[in-house]
Design a protein around this ligand. Structure first.
Ligand SMILES: Nc1ncnc2c1ncn2[C@@H]1O[C@H](COP(=O)(O)OP(=O)(O)OP(=O)(O)O)[C@@H](O)[C@H]1O
Length: 337
């Protein structure tokens, strides 16, 4: 599942396990999680509430000590480190949170400068670095504004600049756009992609939003009950209609329940002989089966055209014949309610 041969990995997590003891009862928050993130890639971590996402991020940044397993950053297993060595390893990570949590009493520039003050940078060096970072996140003209004078998206940009201040190799983003509206989300995702392209930084992004994964991730891991349920390149998992990620990342807008027979089909699988909505309708019509599309989600993701559609049959008695035809065309039909 995990390509262990990757020497170029910015981050390699191996068999990570975390057991909590909560008043006599034990909770396995992480159960043998492995993942490899090559340098300069954007890796999405998705999963329901309680799947272990926050625990994973806390183990990565050294805030939580795992019960077993390794977190290898730039060739070094940081789970074995203590004291100053651990603090130094933690500086390899920049963390972006759901809410930027900026200090109201400080200007945008002074918020970005904070980690540099803590790290002991002198003022001249700090000022130059802060100016560079605010420029990088598109806020050069807002340096002297206080958080209250900035929009949610601008505050998040300041949070990103602060996370980048000390030059981390890996940016960990914990639900970075969950508190933002759709258009601001788009601009923050574009910024993260641009940072990756310009700085070559590696990004791990925890999210419950399918659109975040669709728009910027190169690879994705689905966690469930602390374990890896599915993992792979985005283009591969999304094109495979048998994966849970396919369903979660290409949500189908369900129409109101109707009386007609309906079949759900998946577009974009490499083995499919039909790749368009029109093609599906024509395939059925050629066999004398009349149908229409009741709902569809079709998108180009990771350079691949993928989608799901709900085909409504004019005559319910043709359902089995239609299912067979669609099956033969590798469209993975399922009879829908
Ligand atoms: N300090 C702790 N002590 C005991 N149990 C914990 C602790 N932290 C997390 N857990 C448990 O570990 C499991 C994973 O929790 P975690 O917060 O990592 O999930 P999550 O995927 O981040 O969820 P959410 O999306 O709701 O934040 C849960 O069952 C949780 O109750």
């Amino acid at each position: 599942m995990v390509d262990d041969s990757s020497d170029q990995a910015a981050l390699a997590v191996r068999d990570l396990t975390k057991v909590f003891d909560a008043r006599g009862a034990t909770v396995k928050a992480l159960d043998g999680v492995s993942l490899i993130v090559p340098r300069g890639e954007i890796h999405g971590i998705v999963g329901r509430s309680g799947a272990g996402k926050s625990t994973l991020i806390r183990c990565l940044t050294g805030l939580e000590r795992p019960t077993a397993g390794e977190v290898v950053v730039a060739g070094e297993d940081i789970t074995t480190l203590r004291g100053e060595e651990l603090r130094a390893a933690r500086r390899r990570f920049g963390v972006v949170y759901q809410h930027a949590n900026l200090l109201d009493s400080r200007t945008a520039a002074d918020n970005v400068a904070l980690p540099l003050e803590i790290a002991g940078w002198d003022k001249a060096r700090r000022d130059a670095r802060v100016a560079e970072l605010l420029d990088l996140v598109g806020l050069a003209d807002r340096a002297q504004n206080h958080p209250g004078q900035l929009s949610g998206g601008q505050q998040q940009r300041v949070g990103i600049a602060r996370a980048l201040a000390a030059g981390p190799e890996i940016l960990l983003c914990d639900e970075p756009t969950s508190a933002l509206d759709a258009s601001t989300t788009g601009s923050i995702l574009a910024l993260l992609r641009e940072l990756r392209d310009r700085l070559g930084i590696t990004v791990v992004i925890i999210t419950h939003e399918p659109s975040v994964v669709r728009e910027i991730c190169d690879a994705v891991t689905l966690l469930g009950d602390g374990a890896v349920v599915e993992q792979g390149r985005l283009g591969d998992v999304i094109a495979d209609p048998t994966t849970r990620l396919h369903r979660e990342l290409i949500p189908l807008v369900e129409p109101a329940p109707g009386g007609l027979a309906r079949l759900q089909v998946a577009l974009g699988h490499p083995e499919s002989t039909v790749g368009t909505i029109d093609g599906v309708i024509a395939l059925l019509r050629n066999e004398g089966i009349e149908s229409d599309v009741a709902a569809a989600t079709v998108e180009t993701i990771a350079g691949r055209r993928v989608g799901r559609l709900l085909v409504e049959l004019a005559d319910a008695s043709t359902t089995e014949h239609a299912r067979e035809l669609l099956e033969n065309a590798r469209l993975h039909p399922e009879v829908a309610a």
